[in-house]
Design a protein around this ligand. Structure first.
Ligand SMILES: NC(=O)c1ccc[n+]([C@@H]2O[C@H](COP(=O)([O-])OP(=O)(O)OC[C@H]3O[C@@H](n4cnc5c(N)ncnc54)[C@H](OP(=O)(O)O)[C@@H]3O)[C@@H](O)[C@H]2O)c1
Ligand SMILES: [Zn+2]
Length: 362
């Protein structure tokens, strides 16, 4: 196995922590000796053993003189577990290959500690792929003013998110819909515009293989405050916290609040202000699941960092356009987003696009 192949495997292993380790990073580690893998590990649970330590335990005496390939700089501090740098040094690892340096000031600095101990250290291998994988974590430590915001939309081939009657339920196939359940597990909050909440009445919960460490907070955005008290999101407290975010000059009135105390109502004068407030409340990542006008407003406010775009092979001809209210641009001025993933989900195609990568220095 080459170091490149080992890093690819690290990224695969790291993904296994999705939904279980936030706000910590997704990390995988592989130990190579003479091109043969002698240990592997991933960070599986928040506060649990780090990937390097898991890999070292598997390798045992084979760790001596090996190369540790890991997608994030090994930690050098006493956090919930002792420093991985100590474990690597005492096991006699000869070389460490890192994708991203750790921007967390408490845990970073491991590269220098390893180099000072005489270990050959290389940083920056597959840095872009690793940064896309850990976008939430990197954003959290480098841009603290608001959460990382992703928009997920399923469109027909011709760019509609619902038919002319507003029906969007079966645009994507079952594989894509199951995948969305898993996607939600890695976000602190899921948000929709009030009309999607009314039209589709989604529960916005995580179901399926992953049980998230925390059920994401489910949020309905509104300007009017006219929320139907019977919506599923507002009536399923056992399936995660729920909130209504009212945006605009007029604050909350008595009539806004529903009768049930478990729904958190909040108010902000602007959309940006609402997201800044969420960050202050500890929400580090938000997945917006439409609809068109709410997503369009997020784009207009420059609040979208990532798009999960599910393209279905269905042709609608007319319907609800994917984004509303955006001004027209020219091709020569168009900004290209970074494609960080492309794959099939049954008959649908998933495209993951980042506005820009949050790349830590290497
Ligand atoms: N295919 C897909 O992936 C997908 C995903 C989601 C939805 N859909 C479909 O899309 C349709 C709904 O889309 P839509 O564009 O009509 O409505 P929408 O975006 O879901 O909701 C619009 C409402 O959201 C609130 N809102 C919008 N911008 C806001 C802001 N800046 N701050 C606070 N609140 C804000 C307002 O609520 P108030 O009116 O209460 O002020 C607004 O009327 C439905 O047919 C649904 O089935 C498809
Ligand atoms: Zn560590």
């Amino acid at each position: 196995m080459t170091e490149r192949e080992a890093m690819e495997l690290c990224l695969e292993l790291a993904r296994k922590g999705w939904g279980r380790v936030s706000p910590s990073p997704l990390v995988g580690a592989v130990l190579l000796k003479d091109g043969v893998m002698v240990g592997e590990g991933h960070y599986a649970e928040f506060g649990g053993s780090h990937s390097e330590v898991v890999a070292l335990e598997i390798a045992g005496a084979n760790a001596l003189g090996s190369t540790c390939v890991v997608n994030l700089e090994p930690c050098s501090h006493y956090g919930k577990t002792p420093p991985c740098t100590d474990a690597l040094i005492s096991a006699g690892v000869a070389r460490v290959v890192i994708a991203n340096l750790d921007p967390n000031p408490e845990a970073g600095g491991g590269r220098q500690v390893l180099a000072d101990a005489g270990i050959d250290v290389e940083a920056g291998a597959m840095a872009e792929e690793a940064a896309a994988l850990n976008a939430h974590f990197l954003w959290y430590h480098t841009r603290p003013s608001r959460p990382f915001v992703a928009v997920k939309l399923a469109t027909s081939i011709d760019g509609y998110i619902a038919d002319s009657a507003g029906d969007s339920k079966w645009i994507s196939g079952s594989e894509a819909r199951n995948w969305v359940q898993q996607l939600r597990a890695g976000f602190d909050a899921i948000a929709v515009g009030r009309k999607t909440a009314s039209a589709d009445n989604p529960a916005l919960t995580v179901r399926g293989k992953i049980t998230p460490r925390h059920q994401p907070r489910r949020l309905i955005f509104t300007r009017s405050g006219q929320i139907d008290a019977n919506l599923k999101v507002l009536n399923t407290p056992s399936r995660g916290p729920a909130g209504v975010v009212k945006v605009g000059q007029t604050g909350l009135s008595e009539g806004d609040r529903g009768p049930d105390g478990h729904v958190q109502w909040s108010h902000a004068e602007s959309l940006v202000g609402a997201f800044e407030d969420l960050r202050k409340q500890g929400v580090a990542s938000v997945l917006c699941e439409g609809g068109a006008s709410f997503a369009g407003e997020l784009f207009r406010a420059d609040l979208v960092d990532r798009m999960y775009w599910i393209q279905s092979p269905k042709w609608l001809g007319d319907g609800v356009r994917a984004f509303c209210g955006l001004s027209a641009g020219t091709l020569s001025e168009a900004k290209s987003w970074v494609v960080t993933e492309r794959r099939t989900l049954g008959e649908d195609t998933l495209l993951v696009l980042d506005k820009e990568l949050c790349l830590p220095a290497s």
